[in-house]
Write a new protein. Structure first.
Ligand code: ZN
Length: 106
């Protein structure tokens, strides 16, 4: 579904689904910031309290770890959010679909 590292192709090469309307925006980045931040923060706390290494060890450990996890998770998360957008027929600024069962109360 990608034609570049994160550039979405115009249509699916398997089923021809139109990708022109899909837009995951900042969604993947937000999830990755939270998930990678959680993992790395607690891993760094664990290493610090368990082994008490010098500070350069943290730089060598967590620098590549943050970069690798963030870049590695971008494509699957963007694809997942686009799949969810398609599954729930989410369209920017629209409430007409998915309003079934709404009784009109705010
Ligand atoms: Zn497809």
């Amino acid at each position: 579904m990608y034609k570049g590292f994160l550039t979405v192709d115009t249509a699916c090469n398997q089923c021809g689904l139109d990708y022109e309307k899909v837009d995951s925006g900042d969604g993947p980045a937000v999830f990755i910031i939270l998930i990678v931040g959680f993992i790395v923060t607690f891993a760094a706390l664990f290493v610090e309290t368990t082994f008490k290494p010098p500070y350069w060890v943290h730089v060598v450990l967590w620098g590549p770890c943050i970069l690798g996890l963030s870049i590695g998770l971008l494509r699957p998360f963007k694809a997942t959010l686009i799949a969810l957008q398609y599954r729930h027929s989410a369209v920017e600024g629209s409430v007409e679909s998915g309003a079934q069962g709404d009784d009109g109360e705010p």
